[in-house]
Design a protein around this ligand. Structure first.
Ligand code: NAP
Ligand code: HSE
Length: 432
């Protein structure tokens, strides 16, 4: 029986996990693929580095052509990261008729459609399950397991490091700064932590999820994004008192007026399944018209969880080749709905105003909300003592308002002479 030969670019976290699983679960994999799968060559930057996996005779090289020019290699796995070089490696692989698996969310969020068009042109398979929520098979579920359903809305915790930080803030009452170093040490944060903290990593994954769920191209730059940098312990406590948990959510929704794609901190009811997703775990909550609600939960990062998704893609390709299946692609752009701006969307809000004691007449604030027809659901007042100074935190939750109107109201409130700070605003997610 012909062995399928794999060439892997990258032997870091994900590459090592992939090699480990392909080696140690070889027999299990073969029961599915029927064809044996073997790693022939691994390309890295620095061949002299100590590696944590045994390559069992696979060639280690720093020359990309050892893979790209090898006619025996059927499947190329790109687990290097970065954009331009990885893109060029994948393009060259397609031109040589090689099938491709990638875990590269940054690349797919930007060039997923372009690379899919190229794969289609060269009749190559192209999978990238590990790019969203690591080991959770969510792209495969959206593409293959919910046929017969219209996917209406997705709410995802798809960035493990920020979920880890928010969970520890909530459980241990530590400030964000105190947890960042641990999140770095545990390898949860990207080399540039702002990609996680400012929400960009989740926004890239959100663009991929929305594109595949709705068969409608959504690019990274179309996703509204706001990160967790400004979330404080106080907000977490006030939210808890109101029955909410703060999570960084990626929301994708297919509405009559357009596609919603946004990533930002949200208050969600503490009884919601997503509120119970703790530490570095990921979860994707999907609402469909026939199945109803379903949630996919698991590890969104790390060598073996992410390697598991990469291996599943390799095995799917091997199986498709064995059974002569034509390629099917995640990016099937059949619809052209526009992506809504955040100003066009409506939310309920949590708003915190910190004011000097005795200086504020809260009815001035309420009158402004009234002027904009924004209803007040709850209004609480807490005395706060900090560095010998005493002030008041007003916590207001509102009914639904168009974001644009809400922002105008908040601007007027902040301009009141008695308000000495910017309002803290967090959206409340009600439709999940
Ligand atoms: P990593 O640990 O930094 O490993 C990167 C690997 O790529 C290293 O082995 C490096 O070689 C190799 N490499 C870099 N530039 C290269 C080049 N020009 N030629 C050949 N090899 C090159 O990265 P990672 O965490 O495994 O992530 C890989 C990809 O998976 C990224 O796209 C990432 O976003 C994605 N991903 C990662 C996770 C995760 O949990 N880590 C989860 C989901 C998706 P050397 O070893 O010689 O330096
Ligand atoms: N930094 C990413 C996260 C790694 O925190 O989820 C996995 O994509």
């Amino acid at each position: 029986m012909k062995e399928l030969q794999v060439g892997i670019f990258g032997l870091g976290t994900v590459g090592s996990g992939t090699v480990d699983i392909l080696t140690n679960n070889k027999e299990i994999i073969q029961t599915s693929t029927t064809t044996p799968v073997r790693v022939k060559t691994v390309c890295v930057k620095d061949t002299s580095k100590q590696r944590k996996v045994n390559l069992h005779g696979s060639k280690l090289t720093s020359d990309p052509n050892d893979i790209l020019d090898d006619p025996e290699i059927d499947i190329v796995v790109e687990v290097m990261g970065g954009i331009e070089y990885s893109k060029s490696v994948i393009e060259q692989a397609f031109k040589k008729g090689k099938h491709v698996v990638s875990a590269n969310k940054d690349l797919i969020a930007l060039y997923g459609k372009e690379l899919t068009d190229m794969a289609r042109k060269h009749n190559c398979h192209f999978f990238f399950e590990a790019a969203v929520a690591g080991g959770i098979p969510i792209l495969r579920a959206l593409q293959f397991s919910l046929i017969g359903n219209q996917i209406q809305k997705i709410g995802g915790i798809i960035n493990g490091s920020t979920n880890y930080i928010l969970t520890r803030m909530q459980v241990e009452e530590l400030s964000l700064d105190k947890i960042i170093d641990d999140a770095k040490r545990l390898g949860y944060l990207e080399a540039d932590p702002s990609a996680d903290l400012e929400g960009y990593d989740a926004a890239r994954k959100c663009a991929i999820l929305a594109s595949i769920a709705f068969n409608n191209l959504v690019t990274f730059d179309q996703v509204y994004v706001s990160g967790i940098n400004n979330i404080t312990l106080e907000d977490i406590k006030y939210a808890k008192n109101l029955g909410y948990t703060i999570k960084l959510l990626a929301i994708a929704e297919n509405t009559e007026s357009g596609i919603v794609a946004r990533v930002h901190p949200c208050l969600i009811p503490s009884s919601h399944p997503l509120a119970g997703v703790m530490y570095s775990f990921n979860a994707v909550y999907v609402i469909c018209d026939k199945l109803g609600e379903t949630m996919f939960y698991g590890k969104g990062a790390g060598d073996l969880p992410t390697g598991s998704a990469v291996v599943n893609d390799i095995a799917s390709i091997a199986k498709n080749i064995s059974f002569n299946q034509k390629p099917e692609y995640g990016y099937k752009i059949l619809n052209e709905s526009r992506v809504l701006s955040i100003d066009e969307q409506s939310f309920s809000y949590y708003l915190r105003l910190n004011v000097q004691k005795n200086l504020i007449n809260i009815s001035d604030v309420l009158n402004i909300f009234d002027k904009y027809k924004i209803t007040i659901k709850t209004l609480d007042k807490f005395e706060k003592k900090q560095n010998g100074n005493s002030s008041l935190d007003y916590i207001i939750t509102t009914g639904t308002s168009l974001e644009e109107s809400f922002n105008k109201a908040v601007k007027e409130i902040e301009d009141l002479s008695s308000i000495n700070c910017k309002a803290k605003i967090i959206r409340i997610e009600r439709g999940l």
